[in-house]
Design a protein around this ligand. Structure first.
Ligand code: DX5
Ligand code: ZN
Length: 221
């Protein structure tokens, strides 16, 4: 396992994405938070902007959809060339069909659960997904406090991935910094979204390398 570090551009300068991307070249992917002001109480941008982000990025784009109507809207992001598209279980009426459609459109398919949502559905259908995202804050805003109580879900998901021998990633998102990444990697997460703890630094690539090193050292401990 090599930890993946995906900076969230929710904490970047929205008027200068091109120059912001140049400061995070050591990342594994760029995490792009799409919010609609309904599924979460915050609004960012939609498909036209993400399409341009995909065009200007040299790194894969990891789209995190915090929107309603994913069953109709999500495939557009896969068609646009997103490397992975994550939708929330809470927003989808037909998650299995949606995961298959995303993969059919050439992207990886990921399912996310909010802090209040259990893992039963995800565990019952793990083989349908390329990645599972366990939210470690209530989705909607950057800069919130990491919820260590979510580590039970991370440990449970990791145990099931190992038991089934699946080649899928286990992502955490929210409040990840050089301290909390130790806790999340020890619990079994292998893919880490970090917004404020990367973009607040003057040397963001150094912070990305530090986070990856801490995660690799603590994975599964
Ligand atoms: C929150 C978003 C996150 C957010 C993380 O709903 O999904 O990706 O940008 O920000 P930090 O790392 O600052 O908690
Ligand atoms: Zn996110």
């Amino acid at each position: 396992m090599t930890a993946h570090i995906n900076p969230s551009i929710l904490s970047a300068d929205f008027a200068n994405f091109e120059s912001e991307f140049a400061t995070i070249t050591d990342a594994d992917a760029v995490h792009v938070d799409v919010m609609d002001g309904h599924f979460v109480p915050n609004l960012t941008f939609g498909l036209p902007v993400v399409r341009r982000l995909i065009e200007i990025s040299t790194l894969p784009i990891d789209v995190h959809l915090m929107i309603e109507n994913v069953d109709t809207l999500a495939v557009g992001y896969a068609d646009a060339g997103a490397a992975s598209v994550t939708f929330h279980q809470e927003a989808s009426k037909t998650p299995i069909e949606l995961a298959r459609a995303l993969k059919g459109a050439g992207s990886k398919a990921a399912i996310a659960v909010k802090p209040g949502t259990g893992l039963n559905f995800v565990l019952d259908h793990l083989n349908e997904f390329d990645m599972v995202l366990v939210m470690t804050v209530e989705p909607g805003f950057g800069g919130q406090r990491f919820m260590p109580e979510m580590m039970d879900k991370v440990r449970t998901a990791r145990a099931e991935i190992v038991r089934l021998g699946l080649d899928i990633r286990l992502q955490v998102d929210g409040g990840i910094d050089e301290n909390t990444i130790e806790i999340a990697s020890a619990a079994g997460a292998d893919t880490f979204v970090a917004g404020s703890s990367i973009f607040s630094k003057s040397d963001r690539n150094q912070q990305i390398r530090t986070l990856r090193e801490v995660a690799n050292r603590n994975f599964g401990n």
